[in-house]
Design a protein around this ligand. Structure first.
Ligand SMILES: *[C@@H]1O[C@H](CO)[C@@H](O)[C@H](O)[C@H]1NC(C)=O
Length: 417
């Protein structure tokens, strides 16, 4: 934990007061005061700096929290930001409590003990400054206004220069720009995120979308008669809207983990170019035939590793089977396990991520073991690991990132950081 200047000043004042009280019969020596303050601070750090997984105010992975939206000079390389919004759902509401639940479930990601052995890096003890930027205060009363608030917030946070201006791997379209990881919220938060990213990068964004559902529904399919401008914006139609606005790259985007029911009496939803919107489709069942490595290869082949093509990773927790993630808005039996998901995320660590979200965690449907929130916190850990690793500018190898024929020796690359 960094020692803030404010704390030093407060402690200094305390020491000064104590000094005045104890030695009121002689003048202070300012140098003495400073030394006293420093040693006192060191002693306090030694005694009290440690945190436990269950202690402390709940921020993501015990990271420093700043309400970045009202601190224009705050700088970060990666910002975790909560988007507690759930008034665009079609089934179970409650994802507005997702950010709180995910933060609580991240408690055991203590920075000092977060070496990711699968990736050969501790993302919280590396070059990147990572902050928990708190939540966007989003209205629950007016979705059009909520969407605007989120757009403006993402734009505000995403257009600031990154903290590490010459990041070790300072190349490609994301150079010098901070990365945002959003804790949802229902899935519609991805629309304002994509609008902001389009503004920032000035080109269509590649979307890698993990989900049981397509989320590209033409809004008319929800209600052909009772349709309003407002009802068009919901958690199943936002990719349709984003695509018609030209925000999504039609040649490099992909859905992964699909197992949704379609409309009508045939697979017209798949063959009609309207709802398909240029995404490649990987189905949940494909994993039985091609395994996690086959899923990884399909994704990389589709999306590519072009440093000038920005990629947005959107993870709906319902991509996981309800057995491993029951606390979600629209559960669909037959999904991937948390272990498979982690493995796939590790396999795609070289993608050029410029932003990511984890959405649809609805804690009131979770269990007492916090199964869903734990899975979501782990997904965020893996995503942040990949962002930090990609920016490290080194080939760290790692368990899954190992070169052909190389044997995992444990902790490889650890000493280099
Ligand atoms: C992608 O396809 C949709 C639907 O056909 C279209 O409206 C949109 O403009 C396309 N996007 C890009 C970036 O070309």
């Amino acid at each position: 934990m960094a020692i803030s200047i404010k704390n030093v000043i407060v402690l200094g004042l305390l020491a000064l007061c104590a000094g005045v009280h104890a030695h009121s019969d002689h003048h202070h020596n300012e140098d003495e005061e400073i030394i006293l303050t420093q040693s006192k601070k060191e002693e306090l750090l030694l005694k009290w700096e440690q945190e436990w997984g269950f202690s402390g105010v709940s921020t993501f992975a015990h990271m420093k929290t700043v309400k970045c939206l009202i601190e224009p000079d705050e700088r970060y390389d990666i910002a975790v930001i909560g988007a507690p919004f759930d008034t665009a759902v079609s089934y179970r509401p409650g994802a507005r409590f997702g950010p709180r639940a995910i933060r609580a479930a991240s408690g055991r990601q203590l920075p000092g003990t977060s070496y990711n052995a699968r990736a050969a890096i501790n993302p919280y003890k590396s070059w990147a400054t990572i902050l928990d930027c708190g939540d966007i205060p989003i209205t629950p009363f007016d979705n059009a206004l909520a969407e605007r608030q989120m757009y403006e917030a993402f734009l505000e946070l995403g257009t600031r220069p990154a903290k590490t201006t010459s990041a070790p791997n300072d190349k490609g379209i994301g150079a010098g720009k901070p990365k945002l990881v959003t804790l949802g919220g229902d899935h519609s938060i991805a629309l304002p995120a994509l609008r902001a990213l389009y503004q920032i990068y000035q080109k269509p964004i590649t979307v890698l979308h993990f989900d049981a559902h397509l989320d590209t529904w033409n809004p008319v399919r929800y209600a052909s008669y009772w349709l309003s401008e407002q009802s068009r914006f919901n958690h199943g139609s936002f990719f349709h809207i984003a695509s018609t606005e030209g925000l999504i790259s039609n040649t490099t985007s992909a859905h992964a983990g699909l197992r949704t029911r379609l409309t009508g009496i045939d697979d017209g939803d798949y063959t009609n170019p309207g709802p398909e919107q240029g995404f490649m489709r990987i189905h949940a069942d494909d994993i039985d035939d091609i395994g996690t490595s086959g899923i990884i290869d399909s994704i990389i082949n589709r999306i590519g590793l072009d440093p000038d093509q920005p990629v947005y990773l959107s993870v709906d927790i319902d991509v996981l089977d309800p057995g491993t993630a029951p606390g979600t808005g629209t559960p669909e039996p037959g999904g991937w396990t948390t272990r498979e998901m982690i493995r796939i995320l590790r396999g795609i660590e070289k993608l050029n991520l410029v932003g990511a979200d984890i959405v649809e965690v609805s804690p009131s449907y979770d269990n007492v073991g916090e199964t869903t929130a734990l899975a979501a916190a782990q997904v965020v850990f893996e995503i942040i690991t990949s962002m930090v690793k990609a920016g490290s500018g080194r080939d760290l190898g790692g368990w899954y990132g190992k070169k052909d024929g190389e044997v995992f020796e444990g902790g490889k690359g650890k000493d280099e950081l």
